[in-house]
Structures are given as structure tokens and as C-alpha cells.
Design a protein around this ligand. Structure first.
Ligand code: HEM
Length: 551
């Protein structure tokens, strides 16, 4: 055993700490010992120097007369860089309204981890896959904890467990045990007929728009279609969104959207405001009561006296998630208590339809903006013998390899989610030598990771065929994360992929899509997801289909 002094290069040698080094320690052991003492996240990046000389062996370190400086990836530790900002507003005007473009500029200027301040709240953003993986893995360093300044803080909701609840809560653990089996790959296979019925129900409306020779704004219709599918399969409710061209979104959809907005407004005013017996707080309570009423009806309908089943079995047999939750029993014989069902299911519905409707919109955007895509998708359907009578299912979808690449490329280039955030649990040193304080909100910026020139060849080019290249197949871990990653990643991704891969072929087979309005397609910078705001298309009934390519 010997005692040596160590400090972080970049800090004052006077900060050196005495550390006991066991005899027989090897290089890796020494790195881990130092990592644990200085809260350095990745031990492998640790090196040692003294008086400008690298100490490459344990013996070198032990024989140093001076305090030993610790390097991280060969560098000194440093503060996370970022633009200076203005008094009060901070970097607001440097980031908004075009936060995607502006964050890109900041990454180009400052590197893979940047610090910005927006009206007093500080956010760290990264476009680096390695840092993202660290941030997303729930460890001693990071967790999903929605403190002030976290993008979801204004709509935080402990009772929801999933999405809007912190990881370290009983509510998240329970909801996260019960919900995922009903959204697993096997479970979603049996949702295919309902998904197909949903898209087929929309034909009446799109046919009528075609007969009227009318262009339509894509997002509102995709919102209706995405929520119709989630409504049926999560809540067991038929929203009847395609009974007429101008059918309004169901009150449940409107209420979920409004409650998100109201929650955001109310929580930003402080807890006293939430208790007011009038105004927004009252409206929110009324909405919550009505949502509960609607859902209770759905639970009653689902609970037809069916037997209890274990989670996996229930997931395979249930008609929808309400039905599943009513029957599912865990291995200790516990069910999700009735009073704990409501919030997770409503939040899963909201998480499900806002995202899928944005993705569906971008998928249609690609059909009308990127040349040749629609033709290739259609050809693949023809070559696989798919026509208007085909019942889509998981096996058939598995054969549509171009569709798969097209969806992947759309999720790379136009991913709807952009700000999943985690919070640091301790002061730490990240790879690259960045010093990150406890309670920092860090966002792995999915859009910027997916468009990072260090990871993707010409990322601005929309090219589904890149998914066949060795470069993309062997891409660094964490460089493609449309559904985030780690324990708090999306639990609905199988559902989402099954849905879009059922909807898109059916739409492409029936209609030829074309862009109906020139000019740039904007995204809404103040919405929590990236969706095209003003994408107008014509969908014309096809009267002719190409022959099979082997004909
Ligand atoms: C294209 C579609 C989708 C995308 C891009 C997407 C993306 C994401 C992302 C990035 C997260 C992590 C959020 C965070 O870290 O703050 C997430 C979580 C979640 N997603 Fe999705 N999602 C999609 C579809 C769905 C669907 C269809 C459902 C349900 C039917 C769903 C349910 C959830 C839930 C419940 C969580 C929270 C999980 C937890 O808290 O542990 N998502 N999603």
C-alpha cells in the first residue's frame, strides 16, 4: 500500500487529494480506483502526467515525486462550452425559433457537448453517441428526474408512472412492469388487423378529397389517423375520426392535448395557482374528471368477466391495453390497481399518437419530396403480391425490405422526438474531460446525432440505401436512437413500427401522392415534437399499377 497525491489536470495542483494505492494494482485497477474517487464516468479514458511527462505504467505513477495530474482522453478537465448569452433571456435568441438549425451551428462552434441558458434555466445538449449512451443509461450518474428546467417538468405527473414520472418512483416501476408486455413484438403482431382497419376506414375521406380534387394538410389527418389507432388499441375506444372529411378529433384527443397545455401553464405558475377554484386549474380538473369517466366506461366494456392471465399471455389475448390491464397478473399474483390504471394509459395514448402522427406526416413528406421513393415502395408491394385485398401481417411486413429502409431513413433524417432529457445525480467528469455539476439537465439531441457528419456520410442526403452499407451496419453504438435508449426508452416502438408499416403500404397502393403547395415546409419550433406544419398534398386514386419487376 502506498499513498499518492492526485488532482485533475486543468484544476489547481493545490486541489490534489491523497489516495491509498493497494500494492499489486494494475493499470486498469488504478484507472478504476481514480475514476471512483473523482467521479470520472469512464475509467478507460484516464491517463496520468507529471511535469509534462505522460506516466504510462503504474510504476511510473508510483515513482512520481510530484502530485500526479489526471487526464481524461488525453485532455485537461474543462467547463462545458457554450455561447455567452444576454442578461435575463440568456441564449434564447441564439436558439429559437430555428432550434434545429441553431443547435447545429452551436455544435459546429463548440463541439459535441454545449451549454445554453434560456430565461435562467440551463440545459446541456449533446450530439455525441457515446455521451448519449451514458446519459440514457440509468446509473449512479444519470436518471430521468424531472427537476425544474427539465423539458417535461411543466407537465410532470407522478401518477402517470411512465413518460411523465421520475424513474425512482414506485409508480414508474409498477407501470413499467405492467405496460410493456402489451406493446412487445409478439403482442403487437395481433394488432395488425385493427391497424389495417384503421387505415382502410380513412379511405372514405381521402377518396372524397380526391373526388373534390382538393389538397389537404397532412398533419391534422395523420393526427386523426394515429390517434384512431392508439385510441382503439390502447384505450379500446373508437374515435370515429374518418366518418366525414371534416370530422373533428374525438373529445378524448382534444382533452389530452388541452390537458398537456393546461398542465404546462399551471405548473409554471407555482403550486398555489393549481388550487384555484376557477380558471385554468378548474378546467384541468374538469377535463381530468371527464377523461376518467370515459376511461371507466372503457374499462367496464373491457372487463367482460374474462379470466386473469399472466402478463405475457394476457398481452397475446387482449383486444386492447385496457382489456389487457384488466386481466394481467404478475408472477406474485398482483394486478395493476384500478386507481393506478388511468394515468399511465392516458399518458401512453398521448405519447403514442403525438409521435406516430408526426412520423406518418414525415413519411408522406418523403413520398412527395424525395424523387423515386413512392415508385420504389409501390414496386416492392407489387413484387410481393400485395394488393388492396391483402391483409398485412408481421411476416409480410418483414419481407418489405425497402419499406424498412425508407422508414429507418425517415426516422434518421426527420425524427419527431428531439428532447428526451436526463438529470445528473452527482458532480462528475464526462468523457472528453467535461465537468458536469449535479442536477444538470442533459439532452441527447436525437436529430443532431442522426445528422452528425462524424457518424453519417452526407447526412443531409435522404438515402434509404445507406442502410445496406457496411458503414451504416457497423455504425457506432448510439448513433441511431429514434426511440431513445436505456431503461426509459420508448416502450411503444414495436407498436409504432407495426402501425406505420401497415398504414404506408395501404396508402401508397391506393393513392399517388403529390406535393400541392410550393415553398418551404416548416416545423413548429414551440411544439414538443418535430412535425411538418404546412405540408399540403394531393392523394389521387391510382387507376394503374406497374407490372411485377420479374414479369
Ligand atoms: C414514432 C413513434 C414514436 C417515437 C418516435 C417515440 C419516441 C419516444 C422517446 C424518444 C421516448 C423517451 C422519452 C424520454 O426519454 O423522455 C419515448 C417514451 C415512451 N413512449 Fe414512445 N415513441 C413513439 C411511439 C410510441 C407509441 C405508439 C407508444 C404507445 C402506444 C409510446 C409510448 C411511450 C411511453 C409510455 C414512453 C415512456 C416510457 C417510460 O417512461 O419508461 N411511444 N418514446
Amino acid at each position: 500500500m502506498s499513498i499518492k497525491q492526485f488532482y485533475l489536470l486543468g484544476e489547481s495542483p493545490a486541489s490534489a487529494r491523497e489516495i491509498e494505492i493497494p500494492s499489486q494494482i494494475d493499470q486498469e485497477g488504478l484507472q478504476h480506483l481514480i475514476a471512483s474517487q473523482f467521479a470520472i464516468v469512464e475509467a478507460q479514458g484516464i491517463g496520468f502526467t507529471s511535469q509534462d511527462t505522460f506516466l504510462t505504467t503504474v510504476a511510473d505513477v508510483l515513482s512520481s515525486e510530484e502530485p500526479v495530474a489526471i487526464t481524461i482522453d488525453g485532455k485537461a478537465v474543462r467547463e462545458v462550452p457554450g455561447p455567452k448569452g444576454l442578461p435575463y433571456v440568456g441564449n434564447y435568441f441564439e436558439v429559437y425559433p430555428d432550434h434545429l438549425g441553431n443547435h447545429q451551428r452551436l455544435f459546429d462552434n463548440y463541439g459535441p457537448l454545449i451549454k445554453t441558458t434560456n430565461f435562467g434555466s440551463t440545459t446541456y445538449t449533446t450530439n455525441d453517441p457515446k455521451l448519449s449512451n451514458i446519459v440514457f443509461s440509468e446509473t449512479d450518474f444519470f436518471t430521468k428526474n424531472m427537476i425544474k428546467g427539465h423539458p417535461l417538468y411543466p407537465i410532470k405527473n407522478k401518477e402517470a408512472g411512465v413518460f411523465l414520472g421520475d424513474t425512482d418512483t414506485e409508480e414508474w416501476r409498477t407501470a413499467h412492469k405492467f405496460l410493456p408486455p402489451a406493446l412487445g413484438p409478439k403482442a403487437v403482431r395481433h394488432y395488425a388487423p385493427t391497424m389495417q382497419k384503421t387505415v382502410e376506414d380513412s379511405f372514405k375521406v381521402f377518396d372524397e378529397l380526391d373526388e373534390r380534387e382538393e389538397a389537404w394538410n397532412v398533419y391534422p389527418y395523420m393526427l386523426k389517423m394515429g390517434s384512431q389507432a392508439v385510441g382503439k388499441l390502447v384505450l379500446g375506444m373508437d374515435f370515429e375520426h374518418f366518418t366525414a372529411v371534416d370530422a373533428r378529433p374525438h373529445e378524448m384527443v382534444m382533452m389530452i392535448a388541452e390537458s398537456l397545455e393546461l398542465n404546462k401553464k399551471i405548473t409554471s405558475m407555482g403550486s398555489w395557482y393549481a388550487k384555484l377554484p376557477f380558471g385554468d386549474p378548474k378546467r384541468l380538473r374538469d377535463i381530468q374528471a371527464r377523461v376518467a369517466e370515459l376511461l371507466t366506461e372503457s374499462v367496464k366494456k373491457a372487463a367482460k368477466g374474462e379470466e386473469d392471465l399472466d402478463l405475457q399471455e394476457a398481452a397475446l389475448r387482449a383486444e386492447n391495453m385496457v382489456d389487457y390491464i384488466c386481466r394481467a397478473v404478475d408472477n406474485k399474483g398482483n394486478k395493476l390497481p384500478k386507481e393506478r390504471m388511468l394515468e399511465p394509459l392516458v399518458v401512453a395514448t398521448g405519447a403514442g399518437f403525438t409521435t406516430t402522427s408526426s412520423l406518418l406526416s414525415w413519411l408522406i413528406y418523403g413520398l412527395v419530396v424525395y424523387p423515386g421513393m413512392q415508385e420504389r415502395l409501390l414496386q416492392e408491394l407489387i413484387d410481393n403480391g400485395i394488393d388492396e385485398n391483402t391483409q398485412m401481417n408481421a411476416d409480410l411486413i418483414g419481407k418489405l425490405t425497402f419499406l424498412d429502409k425508407y422508414v429507418k431513413e425517415t426516422q434518421r433524417r426527420h425524427n419527431p422526438s428531439y428532447q428526451p432529457a436526463r438529470t445528473s445525480k452527482v458532480d462528475m467528469i464526462l468523457p472528453g474531460g467535461y465537468k458536469l455539476p449535479k442536477d444538470s439537465v442533459v439532452i441527447p439531441a436525437i436529430h443532431h446525432i442522426h445528422n452528425n457528419t462524424a457518424l453519417w456520410d452526407n447526412p443531409a442526403r435522404f438515402d434509404p440505401d445507406r442502410w445496406d452499407t457496411e458503414e451504416v451496419k457497423n455504425r457506432p453504438n448510439g448513433s441511431y436512437i429514434p426511440f431513445a435508449t436505456g431503461p426509459r426508452m420508448c416502450i411503444g416502438f414495436n407498436f409504432a413500427l407495426m402501425e406505420v408499416k401497415t398504414f404506408l403500404p395501404k396508402l401508397v397502393y391506393r393513392y399517388n401522392f403529390s406535393l400541392a403547395k410550393d415553398g418551404p415546409v416548416d416545423y413548429d419550433p414551440m411544439f414538443q415534437l418535430i412535425r411538418p406544419n404546412n405540408l399540403y398534398v394531393r392523394a389521387e386514386r391510382r387507376v394503374k399499377w406497374p407490372p411485377r419487376s420479374d414479369a
